[in-house]
Design a protein around this ligand. Sequence first.
Ligand SMILES: [Zn+2]
Length: 308
Amino acid sequence: MTGEAHDPSGRPGAATAIGERTGGARAAGAAGTLEGTGLTRVALGPGAFAYLGEHGMPNAVTVEGRDGVLVIDSLFTPRHATQLMGLLRATTDKPVVALVNTHFHGDHTLGNAAIPTDRVIAHRSVRERLSTGGAAYRELLCCVRPDLAPEIGELEFVLPTELVDDALDLDLGGLSVEIRHAGRHAHTAGDLTVYLPHLDVLVASDLVFNGILPVARDADLDGWLAVLAQLRASFQGAVLVPGHGPIGGPELLARQEAVLRTVIDAVSRHRGSRAAARAAALEEVGSLAHAGERIDAYLDLILSSEAN
Ligand SMILES: [Zn+2]
């Protein structure tokens, strides 16, 4: 793996304009974003692509083996997933053999209906979460993303059909991919990573955001920190595809850990006043995209755990 797809500057957001790496025939537009989709396609290696969402929208990945293609995450709506399929179909005619949902959040699962496969792989908790809490969750998403509410409001969740507890190795024909549960509650209870050994690429899902403050509504911050440290020890040279934001290297794991620790420390220093804690946290991480609207979930988690 060369560094072409990386953001060499290390600056958050600096690599969103990467174009297609594999030649001019299907080159990206001037800004690197494929026209009309809001997605930037980045080659990770032969037959493997990341599709990076603009403005903090979710990323997806496709990996092609001899037997077909694995799709990792289905984006926010069937419309987005249809765009993803259009981009994939410009690179291969092989069937989609499976879809992985890296966690239950709607921006990674609500496009499921438009990915043409019956094999939808996710952690066991994803199925429970979407089937029992589906209606309430849909309502929450409509509040968070009113611009997408007309599309989300009517959607039926397409639930996972194949549940992972700990680990699943998937043979795509000539190459295998390693699907792993994070091992404990982290960004959510059911975060999966997908490692592509033939390319040394780690699809880190929403365990890592690049240049963006992660959604923490369903997180366990201590578990998340532990998982990041473990991944950092295990993937020292890998190319890393975050759930949101540009591709990077393993430094993204350390950077995500630092962001979480910084917020925890800032809030802990001001535990007597939520307003002061909020201001202190934003002073530290306010330059990250979406920090203002997402910081309160961190305050909820940190202040409630300190109250116990
Ligand atoms: Zn996400």
